[in-house]
Design a protein around this ligand. Structure first.
Ligand code: SF4
Ligand code: SF4
Ligand code: SF4
Ligand code: FES
Length: 369
């Protein structure tokens, strides 16, 4: 309902800007911004593991710790601590380095050092941080007694041994997808994420959008179809637009540099219109690309059987049929229906073809309701 105005309302208070200093540089931020956001606006990098800009802060991993001068607690998690006026933040001190290194050591305390055979190697945030903070393992290491979860779905592989309990999958399933298919289960070293009551994903409200896979910073959730087909550095990322519907999600085809095969589909946070999110079709519906039954040539039916033809032959045939119908019934004997699976430009061309070439105004669109 539109709120009626009386003309007597006072103007909204201007949003107060907060001024703070990060690594000796002054910055202005909004009162609801975090230290991480303010630091990023200065181009200062703070490492994160449980943070995803699509999600509410969670403060699970503590690798984003920074020092705050004169604060009650001198170390704060930058992803969740809000900026305050006059705050003085340091992101790169020996104390910060040690705190982050210790947090990583705790995370590695029940994480297998499987990088040699892990499909995530090369695109794993934990691996990169272990390298950056010079950690080869953990003093508290205990081999996890869990592993790949038996789940008959054909899309998402769950490897509980690799899970670092950052909660990104649980939160994205709740906050973005609103499917609520995952949660934390058990306590302590036994904690895992997964569907309730030990069900498989097929038994839940999971929509197989793969958002959980896209946000997992380690190899705990992976694309089943891509397993063993190539590491990150072996893949070229070809940016394109999903052809399944008119939303036109931005996506990357991950194509193997040597074999030329499409290994998986990903997207990128921050791109419009989908901010890294995809649906089941866009993310997992690509096996048709290399399917042997895929039509690659036009077919023309001759004597009741489809036979391969050239594009010129096929287009000549269709043009001839259009002319035949037009001369028999006039241009109104032909109607053109556009598709939501086509781009705006393709639908525009179809409309132009109908009106300007055929001469009919019978133009419609499958998505019109
Ligand atoms: S998830 Fe990352 S750190 Fe763990 S084994 Fe795989 S690549 Fe290594
Ligand atoms: S695939 Fe989508 S719906 Fe299913 S668990 Fe992951 S985020 Fe939730
Ligand atoms: S499965 Fe991945 S995203 Fe989910 S909690 Fe574990 S590490 Fe985080
Ligand atoms: S990124 Fe801040 S606590 Fe994990």
């Amino acid at each position: 309902m539109i709120k009626k105005t009386t003309g007597l309302e006072t103007a909204p208070e201007p949003i107060k800007k907060i001024r703070l200093t990060i690594d000796g540089r002054e910055v202005e931020a909004g009162p609801d911004q975090t230290i991480l956001q303010a630091a990023n606006s200065l181009g200062i990098r703070i490492p994160t593991l449980c943070h995803d800009p699509r999600l509410e802060p969670f403060s699970a991993c503590r690798v984003c710790m920074v020092e705050v001068e004169n604060a009650r607690k001198p170390l704060a998690t930058a992803c969740s601590a809000l900026v305050q006026d006059g705050m003085v933040v340091k992101t790169d001190t020996p104390k910060v380095y040690e705190a982050r290194r210790f947090a990583l050591e705790l995370i590695l305390s029940d994480h297998p050092l499987d990088c040699m055979t892990c499909d995530k190697c090369g695109s794993c945030v934990l691996q990169d941080l272990a390298y950056e903070y010079n950690l080869k393992g953990s003093r508290f290491f205990k081999e996890p007694d869990r592993g790949i979860v038996p789940d008959p779905n054909t899309m998402i592989l769950r490897d509980d041994s690799k899970c670092i309990l950052c909660g990104r999958c649980v939160r994205i399933c709740d906050e973005v997808e609103q499917a609520h298919a995952l949660d934390f289960i058990n306590r302590g070293f036994q904690t895992v994420v997964g569907p309730a009551y030990g069900q498989t994903l097929l038994g839940t409200s999971c929509e197989f959008c793969g958002q959980c896979v896209s946000t997992c910073p380690v190899g705990a959730l992976r694309e089943k179809q891509a397993e063993g087909k190539g590491r990150n550095w072996q893949l070229d990322k070809v940016q394109t637009v999903c052809g399944y519907c008119g939303v036109g999600c931005n996506l990357f085809l991950n194509v193997h540099k040597k074999t030329g095969k499409l290994v998986k589909v990903t997207s990128q946070v921050g791109t419009v219109p989908n901010d890294g999110n995809l649906c089941i079709k866009g993310r997992f519906g690509y096996d048709f690309v290399h399917h042997p039954d895929r039509l690659t040539d036009p077919l023309i039916k001759k004597n009741g059987r489809f036979e391969k033809a050239t594009w010129d032959e096929a287009l000549d045939l269709v043009a001839g049929k259009f002319s035949e119908i037009k001369s028999k019934h006039g241009p109104q004997g032909i109607a053109c229906i556009g598709s939501a699976r086509c781009t705006n430009e393709e639908n525009y061309l179809m409309m132009k073809f109908a009106r300007a070439v055929v001469g009919t105004n019978s133009v419609d669109m499958c998505a019109r309701t």
